[in-house]
Ligand binder design. Structure first.
Ligand SMILES: [Zn+2]
Length: 462
C-alpha cells in the first residue's frame, strides 16, 4: 500500500481509538504533523472488502464534520443538491477508479464511502477532497470547517512533484527554519519512461496514467493552500522527442509548466535534499539510481562535481530483457552495461579519499528495508541508516534468485518496482565497488526535498 512509519501507526491507533482495520499510508498531515487523511488498502486484514479508500483521522476534523452531519446536512445536501451536487456522480466514478489502482477487484465496490449515488458520509467526502479527489461535497465541507485547527500555521506552503522515469512523487511542505516540514508525501509508480529508451517517445497510456496522478496531486496541494507547484521532470521526459502534450497538460494543471531538469540540476537538487542538516564526515558523495539515469554528486556544502549517466533500473532491464528469474548471463550482461556507463563517471567524479557515500531513491531504500528485515516499508526506520556492501550484496543475490511475482509479494516492495530492482541492485553494487566504499548512508530525502527546499528558500529571500 505504500509507506508507513511506526510513529504514524501509533498516532492513527490513538486517533481511531482502536487498531486500524486495513493497511494504510498517511496522505496528508495537519500542520503539527499528525495524520489528517490516510489511504486504506481496499482489502482489510481478514481479506474482506474495505471500500473507504480515504479516511479522515484527525479527531478535530472528524468532530467538525460530525457537527455538520448532526445538523442534518447529509439530507439537506442530498435533497437540494443544487450547485454543489453537480459532478457528484463523476466523483463516485473517479473514486472507484482510484481504488482499483490499489486493488483491481475493488472497482465495483461503489464510490465515495462505498455508495454509488448520493451522499452517505460527509467524512468520506471531505477525506476524498483532501486527498485530491474532484468532490463537490467534500469541497463544500472544506469551506464550512477549514481551518480545522484554530492556530493554523501561516508559513508559506509549497508543492514539489518529481516526475521520474518510473514513479511520480509529491511533497507538500511548509517552510521551517531553513528546512521544510512535510504536510503530504506520496508516490505512485506509473512507469512514464516505459519504452522511451527504445522508441524515443512517451507511451500514450503511460502518459495518461501519469497525468491522472498529477491531477490528484495538484488538487491535493491546492486544498492545502499551496500557490506555487513545481513539477520537475527528469530522464524519461528529457529524452522523449514528443513532449509537448505533457508540457501543455502540466501547464494547464499547475499554471507554471514543467521544468525539464538537466542532469546537472537534478544532481544539485538531489545533493541539497540528501544533505540538508546532515552531520557526517564530508565530502559527501550522493548517488541517485533512477529508472533512466543515475546521478553522482560530490561536494561538501555545495555540489562540486556531478555527473548523470544513462544507466538506470528501467533502462537496463529493457535493454537486457532478462529471464524470470534472471539467468547468470542476464546478470553478467547487466553488469557489463552498468560498468560501461559508470566508468565514464569515474573520471568526472573521482573516488574521494574520505567522506560519506549517500544513497537515495527507491532501489537503495528498498534494499535497505530488506537488509533491515522490515515487515513493511517504514521510511523512518530507513532514513540515514547504514547499509553495508555485504548486506547489499546478500539482498541483491536474494532478489536475483526470485521471480517477479515473488519479489512483488515482498511487503516492502512498491508495486511496479519488482521487475526492475534486480538491475537497480547491480547499479548499487557497482557504485559501491567502483568508488571504494564498504557502506553507504541511506537517505529518504532526495531531489523531491531539494525541489521543495529551493522553493521555500526562494520565497524567504523574496
Ligand atoms: Zn489535525
Amino acid at each position: 500500500m505504500g509507506e508507513l512509519r511506526a510513529s504514524d501507526l501509533a498516532l492513527v491507533r490513538e486517533q481511531l481509538g482502536r487498531e486500524p482495520q486495513s493497511d494504510f499510508s498517511v496522505l496528508v498531515r495537519c500542520a503539527d504533523g499528525h495524520p489528517l487523511v490516510i489511504r486504506n488498502h481496499p482489502v482489510d486484514a481478514e481479506g474482506d472488502p474495505f471500500p473507504t479508500l480515504y479516511w479522515l483521522t484527525c479527531p478535530e476534523a472528524v468532530k467538525a464534520v460530525s457537527r455538520l452531519e448532526a445538523d442534518g446536512w447529509i439530507k439537506r445536501l442530498d435533497e437540494t443538491l443544487g450547485g454543489i451536487g453537480e459532478g457528484l456522480d463523476d466523483s463516485h466514478e473517479e473514486y472507484a477508479e482510484e481504488r482499483a489502482r490499489w486493488h483491481e477487484g475493488a472497482r465495483d465496490w461503489g464510490g465515495v464511502g462505498g455508495t454509488r449515488k448520493g451522499i452517505k458520509c460527509l467524512h468520506a467526502h471531505y477525506a476524498n477532497h483532501v486527498a485530491g479527489g474532484r468532490d463537490p461535497v467534500g469541497r463544500w465541507v472544506a469551506g464550512q470547517i477549514e481551518p480545522i485547527h484554530r492556530d493554523e500555521d501561516l508559513s508559506p506552503r509549497v508543492a514539489a512533484v518529481d516526475m521520474g522515469t518510473n514513479s511520480i512523487r509529491l511533497l507538500v511542505a511548509e517552510a521551517d527554519d531553513g528546512d521544510v516540514r512535510e504536510l503530504a508525501r506520496d508516490m505512485v509508480i506509473t512507469r512514464l519512461g516505459q519504452g522511451v529508451d527504445e522508441r524515443g517517445r512517451l507511451d500514450p497510456e503511460a502518459l495518461r496514467r501519469t497525468l491522472k496522478v498529477l491531477e490528484r496531486y495538484v488538487r491535493r496541494a491546492r486544498g492545502l493552500g499551496v500557490e506555487r507547484i513545481r513539477v520537475g521532470a527528469t530522464s524519461a521526459v528529457r529524452d522523449a522527442v514528443e513532449r509537448e502534450q505533457l508540457e501543455d497538460a502540466v501547464e494547464l494543471m499547475t499554471g507554471s509548466g514543467i521544468e525539464v531538469l538537466t542532469g546537472e540540476q537534478e544532481a544539485g537538487l538531489t545533493f541539497l535534499g540528501a544533505t540538508v542538516g546532515l552531520e557526517a564526515e564530508s565530502p559527501f558523495l550522493v548517488f541517485d539510481i533512477g529508472g533512466g539515469s543515475t546521478e553522482l554528486v560530490l561536494g561538501t556544502g555545495e555540489p562540486e562535481r556531478a555527473i548523470s549517466v544513462d544507466v538506470g533500473s528501467v533502462r537496463v532491464t529493457e535493454r537486457v530483457k532478462p529471464d524470470d528469474p534472471p539467468s547468470s548471463e542476464d546478470l553478467d550482461e547487466m553488469r557489463r552495461l552498468v560498468g560501461e556507463g559508470l566508468d565514464q563517471a569515474l573520471d568526472l567524479v573521482p573516488p574521494p579519499r574520505r567522506g560519506t557515500l549517500i544513497g537515495v531513491a527507491g532501489t537503495t531504500t528498498t534494499v535497505q528495508a530488506l537488509a533491515l528485515g522490515l515487515d513493511r516499508y517504514d521510511p523512518e526506520a530507513i532514513h540515514r541508516t547504514e547499509l553495508t556492501l555485504e548486506a547489499a550484496a546478500d539482498v541483491a543475490q536474494l532478489l536475483a534468485s526470485m521471480t517477479n511475482p515473488k519479489r512483488a509479494a515482498l511487503p516492502v516492495m512498491a508495486p511496479g518496482r519488482e521487475d526492475v530492482i534486480v538491475a537497480g541492485c547491480v547499479i548499487l553494487l557497482e557504485i559501491m565497488d567502483r568508488w571504494g566504499f564498504e557502506w553507504c548512508l541511506v537517505s529518504e530525502r532526495d531531489i523531491l526535498d531539494g525541489l521543495a527546499l529551493e522553493m521555500v528558500r526562494e520565497t524567504a529571500s523574496g
